[in-house]
Design a protein around this ligand. Structure first.
Ligand code: UD1
Ligand code: CA
Length: 470
């Protein structure tokens, strides 16, 4: 059997004007990951040894940087298309580079993928990298869609006869626009045919662009065989050309992610009412309530529960923990058997030890909290190191900022801090110490000592009654 196609051109030079974004279209994220990387991920799964040419142009440095930040085993070259003169011109740039010359010399098959189909599947890439039949000029992927608006329409001889050409929406007659079979900008070409074909393209059309789609007509004129493959899952091949299509793609990708987790043992209280990035890891027996958003490198350990409307980005949660409704966490670590929230805020670099409790309206920032420690109500703990078996009462505040610098608070093991206390940092609460409610602590509290830092109470007999009588 012939070997699969491993020369792949990905078109990523376009402006994406219709997206109204300062980002180049291929870098706009879908479920947290740039469109182009979704495509490269699928190609990597299907053909890890592929030789890729990414055609770049608009904001090319950003596009190159995004790809190079990834660890792919594929060999990726970047080809510059200095002016965006159309899909055919983009492929011509690739074919006339050293990358293209190698493909021609080795008589390879070349798969072309657009950079704006982020829902592409591994199966589709595998299918299209199957070798062409002997003598075929190309294989064309089409789909029958309910709403063909914006796509190139596939013109066949008769209804189901051989393909004759593809006509772009803007060049199509009203009758041609009714055709529901569309081209998807996914093709596999013989390198030699592609090389000669793109060199001969003309731009005598409505958009004054060099259309890659014109190669179909070119093959017909040369009496070369064209294979067609109709993909029967239209959602795999939905393009993203405007913000609405971006939102639709995100929804489809999200439901794929939710389905994958649900089949692996995650319980979604209301299916598709959560948003989970494809990069998120979730263990077994995890329950997720509606409105939850899990992003980036977030990981949820087995048996944990994530309550309603929780937002976690790059947060690692251990096993059997519970993040209750309305809590928000970023770049933090939560241990096992921990309770967080409702309405808690874990700012970056918070690390909550096993069996601890972070209660409602508690904000933690850049702080390490030990095990079996409780900060249960209405507190701010910033730039602190808090030990194990510590109990912090309601309304505790670390005064960590003096207007110029941040200072550290250290609370050692077994400390008990009463309600409504302030720690004016830098300050240390030594092992086993007690702090009376309402204290403002400015100096070290010694080991096993009781600190009281508040003014004494004065009672003035009958004074209140006197005021009332006035
Ligand atoms: C293209 C097809 C259309 C097909 C549709 C499917 C052409 C002429 N039209 O239209 O038949 O139905 O895709 O999604 O091929 N690009 C470059 N350089 C350029 C122009 C575009 O690299 O000079 C890249 C873009 O970044 C994008 C891809 O090519 O990733 C497709 O370009 P786009 O403008 O989105 O083409 P469509 O109008 O969608
Ligand atoms: Ca497109």
């Amino acid at each position: 059997m012939a070997s699969p196609t491993t020369s792949i051109i990905i078109l990523a030079a376009g402006l994406g004007k219709r997206m109204f974004s300062s980002l180049p279209k291929v870098l706009i994220p879908v479920c947290g990951r740039p469109m182009l990387l979704h495509i490269l991920d699928r190609v990597q799964e299907a053909q890890p040894q592929a030789r890729i040419a990414v055609v770049v142009g608009h904001q090319k440095d950003k596009v190159i940087e995004a790809v190079q930040s990834q660890k792919y085993s594929m060999k990726i070259s970047f080809i510059e298309q200095t002016e965006q003169k159309g899909t055919g011109h983009a492929v011509k740039c690739a074919m006339q580079s050293d990358w293209g010359k190698t493909a021609v010399d080795k008589k390879e098959h070349v798969l072309v993928l657009p950079g704006d189909l982020p829902l592409l599947t591994t199966e589709l890439v595998r299918d299209m990298t199957e070798p062409l039949k002997r003598g075929s000029a190309l294989k064309l992927l089409t789909a029958i869609v309910a709403d063909p608006l914006g796509y190139g329409r596939v013109i066949r001889r008769g209804k189901k006869g051989p393909v004759l050409r593809i006509v772009e929406e803007k060049d199509a007659s009203p009758l041609e626009r009714l055709i529901q079979e569309v081209g998807l900008s996914i093709y596999t070409f013989g390198a030699q045919f592609l090389n000669v074909g793109v060199a001969a393209l003309k731009n005598d059309n409505a958009q004054k662009e060099y259309y890659l789609t014109d190669l179909i007509g070119h093959a017909v004129a040369k009496k070369r065989a064209i294979e067609t493959r109709t993909w029967d899952i239209p959602e795999d091949v939905r393009g993203v050309n405007n913000p609405y299509e971006l939102a639709v793609a995100a929804k489809i990708l999200n439901s794929r992610v939710i389905k994958r987790h649900a089949l692996a043992g995650v319980r979604f209280v209301s299916i598709n009412d959560a948003r989970v990035d494809p990069t998120v890891k979730i263990g077994q027996d995890v329950t997720i309530y509606p409105g939850t958003i899990l992003e980036g490198s977030t990981e949820i350990g087995a048996g944990s529960t994530i309550g309603m409307n929780v937002y976690l980005k790059n947060v690692r949660v251990g096993e059997r923990s519970e993040i209750k409704a309305g809590s928000y966490g970023e770049n933090s670590v939560v241990g096992s058997d921990v309770r967080v929230g409702p309405y808690a805020h874990l700012r970056p670099d918070s690390d909550i030890g096993n069996h601890s409790k972070i209660g409602n309206f508690v904000e933690i920032k850049k702080s390490k909290i030990g095990e079996h420690t409780s900060i249960a109500h209405l507190s701010y703990v910033g730039d602190a190191v808090v030990g194990s078996n510590v109990n912090i009462g309601c309304g505790f505040v670390t005064c960590n900022y003096d207007g110029a610098k941040k200072h550290q608070t250290v609370v050692e093991d077994n400390v008990f801090i009463g309600s409504d206390c302030q720690a004016v940092a830098p300050v240390t609460f030594k092992k086993g110490s007690y702090v009376a409610s309402g204290s403002t602590i400015t100096e070290t509290v010694e080991e096993d000592a009781l600190a009281i830092a508040r003014s004494r109470q004065i009672n003035k007999p009958g004074y209140a009654k006197k005021i009332r009588q006035k």
